[in-house]
Write a protein that binds this ligand. Structure first.
Ligand code: 13P
Length: 356
């Protein structure tokens, strides 16, 4: 069978939503793709827990009641708790786990995949590596390529998972490493209501997806403190400019149009209004609870990627003596870490280097 076999690595909120898309597209294009999609779901049961695994629940009910309740996952998506069973014969791996989980998954899959397989990462975050005692930034897709030895593209965009699973119209951007694979991924993901554009500017695509989570936290603080609409709009605009400046500093070869793609301005807006990061940041600034308590209360086992991304980005900027040039990124980290309060965030907007 020369048709490509697809594996989804991750059965959370976004993993299940993308399974709703891919389950349909492979069936509709069964000359190109094998119609059965395997989906690895982390088995989070503690020892002694006799309840069924989430993979068994999905295979029986075609629903993930914990992370994507009320949405039907297509019958041709088969869940498994075995990472190796899901991935070892796959031609295309869709990696969609929170960024804290990526390195463990890669180490388990290392050397076990088809040599001609390739990956696409849907994970919105960045990783950092230690090199000669300094923290250096690494794109998640580059880390995956390095540890698995296979090409890894990215898909990012304004894609609140519930809306995608409901089949509502939205757009996404594929940042590809090779155009042939980029076009194949477009065929794999595109539906009449999930519209895709492909670009080779993968660094900007991936960083837009990661950094907007920080900006969405600033938007959440603004909402929590009752700041005016104009302030939130300024946060969104200045946050996009900081994103562009960050990409241009670390990846100077990146081209300039990507901010107008779905992964840029559109993902930023949707997350600043309808995302979990916004919600967590709003609740955090209004209460005296710890971040993990707020997450626990609001997200039912999911996590917000903005706070850890803000921390990693802050460390990187500090190393490069650039923190002051990125006041929103810096301030969001400092509010979460308790180093300063909302007043300093407000001041950092008023005194933003964009006005100099
Ligand atoms: P949250 O993680 O803040 O919900 O962001 C959703 C998102 O990335 C939409 O594209």
């Amino acid at each position: 069978d020369r048709r490509k076999k697809i594996a989804i690595v991750g059965g959370g909120n976004w993993g299940c939503a993308i399974a709703c898309i891919v389950g349909r597209t492979v069936k509709a294009q069964d000359h190109m793709f094998q119609p059965i999609v395997s989906m690895w779901c982390r088995d989070s049961r503690k020892s002694g827990d006799t309840s069924p695994s989430i993979a068994d629940v999905i295979n029986c009910t075609h629903e993930n009641p914990k992370y994507l309740p009320g949405r039907r996952i297509p019958d041709n998506v088969i869940a498994t708790s075995s990472l190796l069973n899901a991935c070892e014969s796959a031609d295309i791996l869709i990696l969609v786990v929170p960024h804290q989980g990526i390195s463990k998954i890669c180490s388990e899959l290392k050397g076990k995949l088809r040599k001609d397989a390739y990956a696409v990462s849907l994970t919105k975050g960045i990783s950092s590596i230690f090199e000669n005692n300094v923290i250096k930034m690494q794109l998640i897709s580059d880390g995956i390529e390095e540890s698995l030895g296979i090409e890894c593209s990215v898909l990012m965009g304004a894609n609140l998972a519930g809306e995608v699973a409901d089949g509502k119209f939205c757009e996404a951007t594929i940042g590809c490493k090779s155009l042939v694979n980029g076009e194949e991924l477009k065929n794999l993901f595109a539906t009449p209501n999930f519209r895709i554009r492909v670009t080779a500017d993968f660094e900007a695509v991936e960083l837009c997806g990661a950094l907007k989570n920080i900006v969405a936290c600033a938007a959440g603080f603004a909402d929590g403190l009752g700041w005016a609409y104009n302030v939130k709009s300024a946060i969104i605009r200045l946050g996009l400019l900081e994103t562009k400046k960050f990409v241009e500093y670390f990846y100077p070869s990146s081209i300039g149009h990507t901010y107008f793609e779905s992964c840029g301005v559109a993902d930023l807006i949707t997350t600043c209004y309808g995302g979990r990061n916004r919600r967590v940041a709003e609740a955090f600034i209004k209460s005296d609870k710890q971040l993990h308590e707020v997450e626990h209360a609001l997200l039912k086992g999911q996590s917000a990627q903005g706070p850890p991304t803000a921390r990693d980005v802050f460390e990187m900027l500090k190393n490069h003596k650039l923190a002051e040039n990125f006041p929103i990124f810096t301030s969001v980290h400092k509010v979460f870490s308790g180093e300063h309060g909302a007043k300093e965030l407000y001041d950092s907007l008023r005194n933003h280097p964009e006005y100099e």
